[in-house]
Design a protein around this ligand. Structure first.
Ligand code: FES
Length: 572
């Protein structure tokens, strides 16, 4: 057992004026004296907000976590951090992921905490809090909020998130009117929790577990299931032990842990957003993870789960089939089994026994739902620093495709013109969307999977090649090339694509080419003019001045790395 002096005792252990100050005001909440005499102080970092519906239950979760902390002899202290609600915030939550991570980092460091529990849920609330915690590097455990129960609509299943992408099609084919829409809304979100597809929130929870940051089996349990509460309580108990063992984040987040997360993400058909968030987390903790790692380690991994958006089931079904432990056991030979996790045991130990109860939901590695399901990283003159595509969500025959560009200079331009009857576009065209990268929007929104034009939907066209410097919702699908870097707003080649230019996508050869000469590209770039800055003050100005490109995780350059938990200057 580690006997390191508790960090919190620097605040609470003194018998001087400042010891009085640190303890006295807290006493107004009624804490007995022994709480200040060497109990590990555990911060419960809560992303609860009524404006973040996926995290709306986290105040109740905090109370259960507190029970566990108290049982193990710890002193729980809940604190709020900025919450990011995917369906509400404008212009996009990704603009604020780094701000929320700063809030988390500074809230942890500035306070008398020995360990931290991160309460997470909606997409960005997981990476932002982990990034912030990494830059402090205390013992930390993640408590995922859990997915919603299966949506049920008129006798069928409805996936929160993935259903959104069918609405335009259903309305334009006359299948859906306003009353149908209202009825579907409540059916799609019938319980507490985050999106119930393998969208970004489920991907992030899966990532946290594969990294070793949650108790085993935690990430797949629906938010409303009482077994979630058991895990919350056990997490509270465990974080106190982790403090006593000095099991810090950097001891868990090794290169091997990141490789495990990449492999697991491929096997569950996880969101492309994982790439940006995982790179950002790695750069905070100081582990070298490159864009190419996702292709080298993940692209050959078979798809083992049949979950939307790649498949047909939802997270509730996944849990009943055995959940992530089954996948981790199937992947045994491909994972680093000796990677340590928050419970003090290794990945190999945690997932040695995990029976599957439904092979239509979770396949064996010998008989997967799809071979080579991971993310493909593209290179070429249209994306010198890389771009990504999710083959498991794409259309097979479009994976090798040459077509003329139909260019939209911004999202506003796209909305104005996409449904014009005389727009020169057909199913062979390549939709090019500019100005939606980290600096361009600003905040790199999830718009890469833009809807097809109405006239082509009416013809029965379901998919087209779409290319942008933006991201795509983890619940979305289609032959969509994302994260093009350098982005158009800083003068990447994407910026100079014109209507009618031929573009070739060749996923097998990992290539994305603009079929014009290098001379022509150079000439166009020479006369290209950068857009006006989108903000002159405030956080957005700070963001614009410091945000990095997608292949570096779109973090702020000044936030990369960690400062540790030491605060050089005392409160005077
Ligand atoms: Fe919150 Fe999907 S909107 S997880």
């Amino acid at each position: 057992m580690h006997k390191k002096k508790l960090r919190s005792q620097e605040w609470f252990g003194g018998n001087d004026k400042m010891g009085f100050v640190h303890r006295s005001w807290l006493r107004n909440q009624g804490y007995p004296d022994d709480y200040f005499q060497g109990k590990p102080v555990i911060g419960i970092c809560n992303t609860w907000s009524e404006l973040t519906p996926c995290n709306g239950h986290l105040r109740d979760v905090a109370e259960v976590v507190k029970k566990g902390i108290l049982e193990a002899g710890g002193f729980p202290m809940e604190f709020p951090v900025m919450s990011l609600g995917e369906t509400i915030m404008r212009p996009t939550t990704m603009l604020f992921r780094n701000l929320a991570s700063m809030d988390t980092e500074e809230s942890i460091r500035a306070n008398p905490l020995d360990g931290v529990v991160l309460l997470t849920g909606c997409d960005k609330t997981t990476p932002s809090t982990i990034m912030g915690a990494c830059s402090v590097d205390l013992p930390t455990i993640v408590v995922p909020g859990g997915p919603m129960l299966n949506g049920r609509f008129r006798g069928g299943t409805i996936g929160s998130g993935s259903f959104n992408w069918m609405i335009k099609e259903k309305q334009q084919t006359g299948e859906f009117d306003a009353d149908d829409l209202r009825e579907a809304e409540i059916c799609a979100a019938r319980s507490i929790g985050h999106c119930n597809t393998m969208g970004t929130a489920s991907t992030m929870a899966t990532m946290a577990e594969a990294l070793g940051l949650t108790l085993p089996g935690f990430s797949s349990i629906p938010a409303a299931d009482s077994r979630k509460k058991v895990m919350q309580q056990l997490s509270g108990r465990r974080i106190v032990e982790m403090v006593r063992e000095d099991l810090t984040l950097s001891k868990i987040l090794t290169r091997e842990a990141f490789e495990n997360a990449i492999v697991t993400n491929a096997a569950v058909g996880g969101s492309t957003n994982l790439i940006i968030h995982l790179i950002a987390i790695a750069r905070r903790i100081g582990v070298d993870v490159q864009l190419e790692d996702f292709d080298n380690l993940g692209s050959q991994i078979p798809l083992l789960v049949n979950l939307m958006p790649s498949g047909k089931y939802l997270m509730e079904d996944f849990f009943y089939a055995g959940g992530l432990p089954v996948v981790m056991k199937e992947l045994k030979v491909l994972l680093h089994g000796d990677a340590i996790t928050v419970n003090g045991k290794t990945i190999g130990e945690n997932y040695s026994k995990a029976p599957c109860y439904n092979n239509d939901v979770i396949a064996t590695i010998d008989k997967p739902f799809q071979e080579n399901a991971g993310i493909a990283v593209l290179k070429g003159n249209l994306c010198e620093n890389g771009a990504v595509i999710k083959p498991s969500a794409a259309t097979e025959k479009l994976m090798k495709h040459t077509g003329p560009a139909v260019v939209f200079e911004s999202m506003e331009d796209y909305h104005e013109r996409i449904d014009l009857p005389d727009l020169d576009i057909d199913e062979n065209s390549v939709i090019v969307l500019k100005g939606v990268g980290p600096k361009g929007y600003p905040g790199m929104p999830e718009v890469g999977n833009v809807d097809l034009p109405e006239k082509l939907i009416k013809k029965g066209i379901k998919d087209m090649v779409r290319i942008s410097d933006g991201r795509m919702s983890g619940t979305a699908y289609g032959t969509v090339v994302l994260h093009v870097s350098p982005e158009s707003s800083i003068g990447g080649t994407l910026a100079i694509v014109q209507n009618g230019d031929m573009i070739t996508l060749d996923v097998e050869n990992r290539s994305l080419q603009l079929n014009i000469s290098e001379d022509e590209i150079a000439q166009r770039k020479a006369v290209w003019q950068a857009p006006e800055p989108l903000a002159t003050r405030g956080y957005v100005r700070l963001y614009l001045d410091h945000v990095e490109q997608a292949e570096k995780g779109a973090d702020l350059d000044v936030l990369v790395g960690k400062s540790g938990s030491k605060v050089e200057r005392d409160l005077h």
